[in-house]
Design a protein around this ligand. Structure first.
Ligand code: NAP
Length: 321
Protein backbone atom coordinates (compact mmCIF):
# COMPACT_ATOMS: atom_id res chain seq x y z
CA UNK A 1 0.00 0.00 0.00
CA UNK A 2 1.24 3.46 -0.88
CA UNK A 3 1.15 6.05 1.90
CA UNK A 4 0.90 9.75 1.23
CA UNK A 5 1.40 12.68 3.57
CA UNK A 6 -1.75 14.75 4.13
CA UNK A 7 -0.69 18.25 3.08
CA UNK A 8 1.50 19.95 5.67
CA UNK A 9 0.22 17.87 8.59
CA UNK A 10 2.83 15.12 8.52
CA UNK A 11 -0.02 12.60 8.93
CA UNK A 12 0.62 9.59 6.69
CA UNK A 13 -2.49 8.04 5.19
CA UNK A 14 -2.92 5.04 2.94
CA UNK A 15 -3.77 6.17 -0.59
CA UNK A 16 -6.90 3.99 -0.35
CA UNK A 17 -8.96 4.64 2.77
CA UNK A 18 -12.30 3.38 4.02
CA UNK A 19 -15.45 5.50 3.83
CA UNK A 20 -17.62 4.49 6.78
CA UNK A 21 -20.91 6.16 5.88
CA UNK A 22 -22.47 2.87 4.68
CA UNK A 23 -21.64 1.37 8.10
CA UNK A 24 -24.36 3.63 9.51
CA UNK A 25 -26.73 1.03 8.03
CA UNK A 26 -30.41 1.91 8.49
CA UNK A 27 -29.74 3.93 11.69
CA UNK A 28 -30.94 7.53 11.94
CA UNK A 29 -32.32 7.59 8.41
CA UNK A 30 -28.95 6.73 6.80
CA UNK A 31 -30.71 3.96 4.88
CA UNK A 32 -27.76 1.96 3.63
CA UNK A 33 -29.11 -1.56 3.18
CA UNK A 34 -27.25 -4.83 3.70
CA UNK A 35 -25.19 -3.71 6.68
CA UNK A 36 -24.27 -6.07 9.49
CA UNK A 37 -22.51 -4.40 12.45
CA UNK A 38 -20.30 -7.41 13.20
CA UNK A 39 -19.17 -7.49 9.56
CA UNK A 40 -18.54 -3.72 9.67
CA UNK A 41 -16.31 -4.19 12.72
CA UNK A 42 -14.48 -7.09 11.05
CA UNK A 43 -14.04 -4.93 7.93
CA UNK A 44 -12.51 -2.04 9.88
CA UNK A 45 -10.16 -4.44 11.67
CA UNK A 46 -9.27 -6.19 8.39
CA UNK A 47 -8.23 -2.82 6.92
CA UNK A 48 -5.03 -2.95 8.94
CA UNK A 49 -3.90 -6.20 7.34
CA UNK A 50 -4.51 -4.66 3.90
CA UNK A 51 -2.43 -1.60 4.78
CA UNK A 52 -5.46 0.71 4.99
CA UNK A 53 -5.07 3.07 7.95
CA UNK A 54 -7.59 5.81 7.09
CA UNK A 55 -11.24 5.80 8.19
CA UNK A 56 -13.67 8.56 7.23
CA UNK A 57 -16.91 9.11 9.11
CA UNK A 58 -19.12 11.92 10.49
CA UNK A 59 -21.06 12.52 13.69
CA UNK A 60 -24.19 12.62 11.54
CA UNK A 61 -23.79 9.23 9.84
CA UNK A 62 -26.65 7.20 11.27
CA UNK A 63 -26.96 9.66 14.18
CA UNK A 64 -23.54 8.58 15.44
CA UNK A 65 -23.84 4.87 14.64
CA UNK A 66 -20.93 4.88 12.17
CA UNK A 67 -18.66 6.49 14.79
CA UNK A 68 -19.82 3.99 17.41
CA UNK A 69 -18.92 1.07 15.14
CA UNK A 70 -15.44 2.53 14.60
CA UNK A 71 -15.07 3.00 18.36
CA UNK A 72 -15.94 -0.66 18.96
CA UNK A 73 -13.66 -1.86 16.17
CA UNK A 74 -10.60 0.10 17.29
CA UNK A 75 -10.44 -1.03 20.92
CA UNK A 76 -6.76 -1.81 21.56
CA UNK A 77 -5.67 -0.71 18.08
CA UNK A 78 -6.50 2.99 17.98
CA UNK A 79 -2.91 4.10 17.35
CA UNK A 80 -2.71 2.16 14.10
CA UNK A 81 -5.51 4.13 12.42
CA UNK A 82 -6.10 7.69 11.28
CA UNK A 83 -9.67 8.80 12.03
CA UNK A 84 -11.30 11.55 10.01
CA UNK A 85 -14.71 12.67 11.26
CA UNK A 86 -16.95 15.68 10.72
CA UNK A 87 -19.17 18.25 12.36
CA UNK A 88 -21.81 20.40 10.67
CA UNK A 89 -20.63 24.02 10.42
CA UNK A 90 -23.54 25.48 12.39
CA UNK A 91 -25.60 24.66 15.44
CA UNK A 92 -29.24 23.59 15.20
CA UNK A 93 -29.74 25.84 18.24
CA UNK A 94 -29.57 29.52 17.19
CA UNK A 95 -28.76 30.59 20.75
CA UNK A 96 -25.79 28.30 21.33
CA UNK A 97 -22.41 30.01 20.64
CA UNK A 98 -20.65 28.23 17.79
CA UNK A 99 -17.48 27.64 19.87
CA UNK A 100 -19.54 25.82 22.46
CA UNK A 101 -21.41 23.89 19.77
CA UNK A 102 -18.19 22.66 18.11
CA UNK A 103 -16.51 21.77 21.42
CA UNK A 104 -19.64 19.87 22.51
CA UNK A 105 -19.89 17.93 19.25
CA UNK A 106 -16.19 17.09 19.34
CA UNK A 107 -16.69 15.59 22.81
CA UNK A 108 -19.60 13.54 21.46
CA UNK A 109 -17.48 12.17 18.62
CA UNK A 110 -14.59 11.36 20.99
CA UNK A 111 -16.97 9.44 23.22
CA UNK A 112 -18.55 7.44 20.39
CA UNK A 113 -15.15 6.78 18.82
CA UNK A 114 -13.81 5.74 22.28
CA UNK A 115 -10.67 7.78 21.84
CA UNK A 116 -9.10 10.92 23.28
CA UNK A 117 -8.10 12.45 19.95
CA UNK A 118 -9.40 12.82 16.39
CA UNK A 119 -6.76 12.94 13.67
CA UNK A 120 -8.69 14.94 11.05
CA UNK A 121 -11.71 17.05 12.04
CA UNK A 122 -13.71 18.30 9.07
CA UNK A 123 -16.47 20.84 8.72
CA UNK A 124 -19.31 18.94 7.08
CA UNK A 125 -20.22 21.63 4.55
CA UNK A 126 -19.75 25.36 4.22
CA UNK A 127 -20.10 27.84 7.11
CA UNK A 128 -21.58 31.32 6.58
CA UNK A 129 -18.91 33.91 6.04
CA UNK A 130 -19.85 35.77 9.21
CA UNK A 131 -19.47 32.64 11.31
CA UNK A 132 -16.06 31.66 9.97
CA UNK A 133 -13.76 33.47 12.47
CA UNK A 134 -15.50 31.92 15.49
CA UNK A 135 -15.49 28.47 13.88
CA UNK A 136 -11.78 28.62 13.06
CA UNK A 137 -11.09 29.85 16.57
CA UNK A 138 -13.01 26.91 18.03
CA UNK A 139 -11.16 24.41 15.82
CA UNK A 140 -7.80 26.01 16.67
CA UNK A 141 -8.58 25.65 20.37
CA UNK A 142 -9.32 21.96 19.86
CA UNK A 143 -5.92 21.53 18.18
CA UNK A 144 -4.22 23.34 21.08
CA UNK A 145 -6.06 21.10 23.55
CA UNK A 146 -4.83 17.99 21.71
CA UNK A 147 -8.39 16.85 20.97
CA UNK A 148 -7.88 17.08 17.20
CA UNK A 149 -4.61 16.90 15.24
CA UNK A 150 -5.74 19.08 12.34
CA UNK A 151 -8.89 20.46 10.75
CA UNK A 152 -10.32 20.79 7.27
CA UNK A 153 -13.56 21.08 5.37
CA UNK A 154 -15.73 19.02 3.07
CA UNK A 155 -16.50 21.35 0.18
CA UNK A 156 -16.06 21.97 -3.51
CA UNK A 157 -15.70 25.72 -3.00
CA UNK A 158 -12.15 27.04 -3.37
CA UNK A 159 -13.29 30.49 -2.17
CA UNK A 160 -14.37 28.93 1.13
CA UNK A 161 -11.07 27.03 1.44
CA UNK A 162 -9.20 30.28 0.83
CA UNK A 163 -11.28 32.23 3.36
CA UNK A 164 -10.72 29.59 6.06
CA UNK A 165 -6.99 29.45 5.27
CA UNK A 166 -6.76 33.19 5.80
CA UNK A 167 -8.24 32.75 9.30
CA UNK A 168 -6.23 29.78 10.53
CA UNK A 169 -4.43 26.55 9.76
CA UNK A 170 -6.84 24.76 7.42
CA UNK A 171 -5.02 21.53 6.55
CA UNK A 172 -7.19 19.61 4.15
CA UNK A 173 -10.33 19.43 2.05
CA UNK A 174 -12.69 16.58 1.34
CA UNK A 175 -13.78 16.80 -2.28
CA UNK A 176 -16.04 14.75 -4.55
CA UNK A 177 -14.34 13.53 -7.73
CA UNK A 178 -14.78 10.52 -10.00
CA UNK A 179 -15.08 9.38 -13.61
CA UNK A 180 -18.60 10.87 -13.68
CA UNK A 181 -17.86 13.90 -11.52
CA UNK A 182 -15.32 16.52 -12.65
CA UNK A 183 -16.74 19.19 -10.32
CA UNK A 184 -13.91 18.68 -7.83
CA UNK A 185 -11.19 19.50 -10.38
CA UNK A 186 -10.68 23.19 -9.38
CA UNK A 187 -10.59 22.14 -5.71
CA UNK A 188 -7.87 19.60 -6.45
CA UNK A 189 -5.83 22.18 -8.33
CA UNK A 190 -6.25 24.64 -5.46
CA UNK A 191 -5.23 21.97 -2.94
CA UNK A 192 -2.14 21.08 -4.94
CA UNK A 193 -1.08 24.72 -5.20
CA UNK A 194 -1.53 25.36 -1.48
CA UNK A 195 -0.36 21.97 -0.21
CA UNK A 196 -3.71 21.09 1.32
CA UNK A 197 -4.32 17.38 1.84
CA UNK A 198 -7.36 15.91 0.08
CA UNK A 199 -9.69 12.99 0.78
CA UNK A 200 -11.79 12.06 -2.24
CA UNK A 201 -15.36 11.09 -1.47
CA UNK A 202 -17.93 9.17 -3.53
CA UNK A 203 -15.31 7.83 -6.00
CA UNK A 204 -17.64 5.02 -7.11
CA UNK A 205 -20.64 7.34 -7.59
CA UNK A 206 -22.32 5.53 -4.67
CA UNK A 207 -21.83 2.16 -6.38
CA UNK A 208 -22.80 3.25 -9.91
CA UNK A 209 -19.19 2.87 -11.10
CA UNK A 210 -18.75 -0.64 -9.70
CA UNK A 211 -20.38 -2.08 -12.81
CA UNK A 212 -22.93 -4.17 -10.96
CA UNK A 213 -25.79 -1.77 -11.67
CA UNK A 214 -24.89 -1.09 -15.31
CA UNK A 215 -27.47 -3.53 -16.65
CA UNK A 216 -29.96 -3.70 -13.79
CA UNK A 217 -30.96 -2.09 -10.51
CA UNK A 218 -32.44 -5.36 -9.29
CA UNK A 219 -29.50 -5.82 -6.90
CA UNK A 220 -30.47 -2.64 -5.06
CA UNK A 221 -32.70 -3.12 -2.03
CA UNK A 222 -35.87 -1.02 -2.32
CA UNK A 223 -35.21 0.35 1.20
CA UNK A 224 -31.71 1.49 0.25
CA UNK A 225 -31.06 5.26 0.16
CA UNK A 226 -30.00 4.96 -3.50
CA UNK A 227 -33.12 3.18 -4.68
CA UNK A 228 -35.24 6.28 -5.05
CA UNK A 229 -32.34 8.20 -6.62
CA UNK A 230 -31.29 5.53 -9.07
CA UNK A 231 -34.69 4.15 -10.09
CA UNK A 232 -35.54 6.79 -12.69
CA UNK A 233 -35.06 7.22 -16.45
CA UNK A 234 -32.12 9.62 -16.18
CA UNK A 235 -30.03 7.27 -14.01
CA UNK A 236 -31.05 4.17 -15.99
CA UNK A 237 -29.87 5.85 -19.15
CA UNK A 238 -26.66 7.03 -17.40
CA UNK A 239 -25.91 3.48 -16.21
CA UNK A 240 -26.43 2.17 -19.75
CA UNK A 241 -23.88 4.69 -21.05
CA UNK A 242 -21.50 3.87 -18.19
CA UNK A 243 -21.50 0.20 -19.22
CA UNK A 244 -19.11 1.35 -22.00
CA UNK A 245 -16.52 1.76 -19.22
CA UNK A 246 -16.18 -2.02 -19.13
CA UNK A 247 -13.20 -1.65 -21.51
CA UNK A 248 -11.17 -0.48 -18.49
CA UNK A 249 -11.31 -3.99 -17.03
CA UNK A 250 -10.90 -5.93 -20.28
CA UNK A 251 -7.22 -6.75 -19.74
CA UNK A 252 -8.13 -8.70 -16.60
CA UNK A 253 -5.44 -6.77 -14.71
CA UNK A 254 -7.92 -4.58 -12.86
CA UNK A 255 -11.60 -4.75 -12.04
CA UNK A 256 -14.08 -1.98 -12.89
CA UNK A 257 -14.01 -0.84 -9.24
CA UNK A 258 -10.22 -0.72 -9.22
CA UNK A 259 -10.13 1.20 -12.51
CA UNK A 260 -12.54 3.79 -11.09
CA UNK A 261 -10.42 4.19 -7.95
CA UNK A 262 -7.16 4.25 -9.92
CA UNK A 263 -8.62 7.04 -12.08
CA UNK A 264 -8.96 9.13 -8.92
CA UNK A 265 -5.63 8.11 -7.38
CA UNK A 266 -3.64 9.25 -10.40
CA UNK A 267 -5.24 12.70 -10.50
CA UNK A 268 -2.89 15.49 -9.36
CA UNK A 269 -3.84 16.93 -5.98
CA UNK A 270 -5.32 13.67 -4.62
CA UNK A 271 -3.95 12.42 -1.30
CA UNK A 272 -6.32 9.53 -0.58
CA UNK A 273 -9.49 8.06 -2.04
CA UNK A 274 -12.11 6.93 0.49
CA UNK A 275 -14.58 4.49 -1.12
CA UNK A 276 -17.32 3.20 1.12
CA UNK A 277 -17.17 -0.55 1.71
CA UNK A 278 -19.77 -2.76 3.30
CA UNK A 279 -17.74 -5.90 3.92
CA UNK A 280 -14.27 -7.40 3.83
CA UNK A 281 -14.58 -8.59 0.23
CA UNK A 282 -15.37 -5.09 -1.04
CA UNK A 283 -12.57 -3.65 1.06
CA UNK A 284 -10.06 -6.15 -0.35
CA UNK A 285 -11.00 -5.26 -3.92
CA UNK A 286 -10.78 -1.54 -3.13
CA UNK A 287 -7.38 -1.92 -1.44
CA UNK A 288 -6.19 -3.71 -4.57
CA UNK A 289 -6.56 -0.48 -6.55
CA UNK A 290 -3.19 0.46 -5.09
CA UNK A 291 -1.38 -2.20 -7.11
CA UNK A 292 -3.19 -2.24 -10.48
CA UNK A 293 -1.85 -0.66 -13.69
CA UNK A 294 -2.68 3.06 -13.97
CA UNK A 295 -5.02 4.12 -16.75
CA UNK A 296 -3.14 5.29 -19.83
CA UNK A 297 -3.74 8.83 -21.09
CA UNK A 298 -6.05 7.45 -23.78
CA UNK A 299 -7.97 5.33 -21.28
CA UNK A 300 -8.42 8.32 -18.96
CA UNK A 301 -9.66 10.52 -21.79
CA UNK A 302 -12.07 7.85 -23.03
CA UNK A 303 -13.33 7.17 -19.50
CA UNK A 304 -13.91 10.90 -18.90
CA UNK A 305 -15.75 11.22 -22.22
CA UNK A 306 -18.05 8.31 -21.32
CA UNK A 307 -18.49 9.68 -17.76
CA UNK A 308 -19.41 13.11 -19.18
CA UNK A 309 -21.79 11.71 -21.78
CA UNK A 310 -23.59 9.73 -19.05
CA UNK A 311 -24.86 13.07 -17.71
CA UNK A 312 -24.71 11.94 -14.09
CA UNK A 313 -26.53 14.33 -11.68
CA UNK A 314 -23.85 16.56 -10.17
CA UNK A 315 -23.52 19.33 -7.59
CA UNK A 316 -24.78 21.97 -7.07
CA UNK A 317 -27.98 20.22 -8.21
CA UNK A 318 -27.46 17.23 -5.92
CA UNK A 319 -26.09 17.09 -2.39
CA UNK A 320 -25.11 13.41 -2.49
CA UNK A 321 -22.00 13.52 -4.65
N1 NAP B 1 -20.33 15.54 2.34
C1 NAP B 1 -19.42 14.65 2.65
O1 NAP B 1 -18.47 14.97 3.31
C2 NAP B 1 -19.55 13.25 2.14
C3 NAP B 1 -20.59 12.90 1.26
C4 NAP B 1 -20.62 11.61 0.76
C5 NAP B 1 -19.66 10.69 1.16
N2 NAP B 1 -18.67 11.04 2.04
C6 NAP B 1 -17.62 10.06 2.47
O2 NAP B 1 -17.10 9.42 1.29
C7 NAP B 1 -17.24 8.01 1.43
C8 NAP B 1 -17.44 7.37 0.07
O3 NAP B 1 -18.67 7.75 -0.51
P1 NAP B 1 -19.92 6.74 -0.55
O4 NAP B 1 -19.69 5.66 0.44
O5 NAP B 1 -21.14 7.57 -0.45
O6 NAP B 1 -19.90 6.22 -2.05
P2 NAP B 1 -18.89 5.36 -2.93
O7 NAP B 1 -17.60 5.18 -2.21
O8 NAP B 1 -18.85 6.01 -4.25
O9 NAP B 1 -19.66 3.98 -3.06
C9 NAP B 1 -19.76 3.12 -1.97
C10 NAP B 1 -20.67 1.95 -2.29
O10 NAP B 1 -20.22 1.26 -3.46
C11 NAP B 1 -20.40 -0.15 -3.28
N3 NAP B 1 -19.04 -0.74 -3.30
C12 NAP B 1 -17.91 -0.28 -2.71
N4 NAP B 1 -16.85 -1.08 -2.97
C13 NAP B 1 -17.33 -2.08 -3.75
C14 NAP B 1 -16.73 -3.23 -4.35
N5 NAP B 1 -15.43 -3.48 -4.21
N6 NAP B 1 -17.52 -4.04 -5.09
C15 NAP B 1 -18.83 -3.77 -5.25
N7 NAP B 1 -19.45 -2.72 -4.71
C16 NAP B 1 -18.71 -1.87 -3.96
C17 NAP B 1 -21.05 -0.36 -1.93
O11 NAP B 1 -22.48 -0.34 -2.04
P3 NAP B 1 -23.37 -1.54 -2.63
O12 NAP B 1 -22.60 -2.81 -2.47
O13 NAP B 1 -24.63 -1.53 -1.85
O14 NAP B 1 -23.61 -1.15 -4.06
C18 NAP B 1 -20.64 0.89 -1.19
O15 NAP B 1 -21.50 1.22 -0.16
C19 NAP B 1 -18.41 7.84 2.40
O16 NAP B 1 -18.47 6.54 2.95
C20 NAP B 1 -18.12 8.95 3.37
O17 NAP B 1 -17.11 8.54 4.28
C21 NAP B 1 -18.60 12.32 2.51
Amino acid sequence: MEYRVLGKTGIEVSCVGLGCWPMAGMAGGANWSGIDDDESIATIQHAESLGINLLDTANGYGAGHSEQIIGRALQGRRDRYVIATKVAPRSEDPVEPVQQYIARNCEGSLERLRTDYIDIYQLHGEPDEAGMPAIVEALTRLVEAGKIRCFGISTYETGIMEALMSLGNLSMAQIGYSIVNPVGQPGLEFAETHNLGTLIRVPLAQGALTGKYFDSLSRLDTKDRRHERFDNPRIRSALKKLSELAFLAESGKRTMVQAALRFVLDTPGVTSVIPGAKDRAQLEENAGADGVPPLTGDERARARAIGGAANWPLPPYTSWT
